[in-house]
Write a protein that binds this ligand. Structure first.
Ligand SMILES: NC(=O)c1ccc[n+]([C@@H]2O[C@H](COP(=O)([O-])OP(=O)(O)OC[C@H]3O[C@@H](n4cnc5c(N)ncnc54)[C@H](O)[C@@H]3O)[C@@H](O)[C@H]2O)c1
Length: 326
């Protein structure tokens, strides 16, 4: 597993090695521990006999080649993942997301007979005013982040078409849940509100996202790893569609804060996609996927986790990439 010390990757490891996991897996996490990687996210599994950790870079071809020989499957989470940071500078996004993914698929091809699940995002499709994208929709990414992810999807799939490598791609909507780095909207807003600070709302607050609980994303990835087909793309989503303004209202309510004193409108993100929406018919009908977590319940649990785990997020620099008050 690459990127296993991050938000989604660490959740996936804890799930697979936990009591509800398949029981017959051992996992090596390869993670560079960038600002987004937190070793504490892996504390729960550190002493598990099936767990090991390698501190390293997915762009390091020698290291990746050596590890690939010792493993039969790769679940690839490692990425630069924050759109605002990609607006301030895209170089790390190209390096990690494009070059890093190429390093992995090349090593998997050389090792032979490997399965690689490439974890991608709905943002590669661009922005959609009405309706939802099926997996066959052309890619039209707008931010350096989503363009780098789209490039990595295409590279990974090219190794299936050219070399027959068993590559499976997932494209998921916005995740929320515990251990989410507090530069992203939900944990940023929750931690600000718990500290009695204002929250920065982009533009008119009308941008719409589909919010999916991390458990449901992990469920989808696991279905793709165990039952998915080589060379296929699977959308994952079907959570709850909300405008940022609606979501802010729910977060204020959950944290006991009010709009007038707590919300600050800030200049809109450059190139801000208006709406994302994935059509999840394929994964539902082919693999039996169905999101289970009720949004309000999941949000309440998430807020409670941030209340109870100040030691996890207080030392973190939330960053202020691309955000200006108007
Ligand atoms: N967060 C979401 O809502 C969401 C939605 C859909 C898809 N995704 C995708 O899921 C994946 C994981 O997202 P996340 O939110 O957990 O990200 P994250 O930023 O929390 O974690 C990324 C992890 O990758 C590691 N990493 C970064 N560069 C690396 C490198 N060169 N070599 C090795 N490790 C490196 C980091 O240290 C960190 O542990 C990403 O590929 C992202 O594009 C995220």
């Amino acid at each position: 597993m690459t990127g296993g010390a991050g938000f989604i990757g660490s959740h996936y490891v804890r799930r697979l090695l936990g009591p509800k996991g398949p029981g017959d897996v051992s996992i090596t996490v390869l993670d560079l521990l960038t600002y987004a990687g937190n070793p504490a996210n892996l504390d729960e599994v550190r002493d598990h006999p099936g767990f090991s950790f390698v501190h390293g870079d997915i762009c390091d071809a020698e290291l990746v080649g050596k590890l690939m020989v010792e493993h039969d499957q790769v679940v690839h989470f490692a990425a630069e993942s924050h759109v605002d940071r990609s607006i301030d500078g895209g170089a790390e996004f190209v390096r990690t997301n494009v070059v890093g993914t190429h390093t992995l698929v090349e090593a998997a091809h050389c090792a032979g007979d490997r399965t690689l699940v490439h974890v991608s995002t709905d943002e590669v499709y661009g922005s959609i005013d009405t309706g939802s994208w099926p997996e066959t929709h052309p890619l039209a990414p707008n931010s350096p982040y989503s363009a780098a992810k789209a490039s990595s999807d295409l590279l990974a799939l090219s190794y299936h078409r050219t070399h027959g490598l068993d590559v499976r791609v997932t494209r998921c909507s916005n995740n929320y849940g515990h251990h989410h780095f507090p530069e992203k909207l939900i944990p940023l807003f929750v931690t600000n509100l718990l500290d009695g600070k204002k929250v920065p709302l982009y533009g008119d607050g009308g941008n719409v996202r589909d919010w999916l609980h991390i458990d449901d994303h992990v469920q989808g990835i696991e279905l793709v790893r165990t039952k998915g087909r080589a060379g296929e793309v699977y959308n994952i989503g079907g959570g709850t569609e909300l405008s940022n303004k609606e979501l802010t209202g729910l977060l204020l309510e959950a944290c006991g804060a009010d709009w007038e004193t707590s919300v600050e409108y800030v200049e809109d993100r450059k190139g801000h996609d208006r709406r994302y929406s994935v059509d999840c018919t394929k994964i539902r009908e082919e693999l039996g996927y169905a999101p289970r977590k009720d949004f309000r319940e999941g949000l309440a649990e998430t807020v409670q986790w941030y209340r109870d785990n100040r030691a996890w997020w207080e030392p973190v620099d939330k960053g202020t990439a691309s955000r200006r008050v108007v």
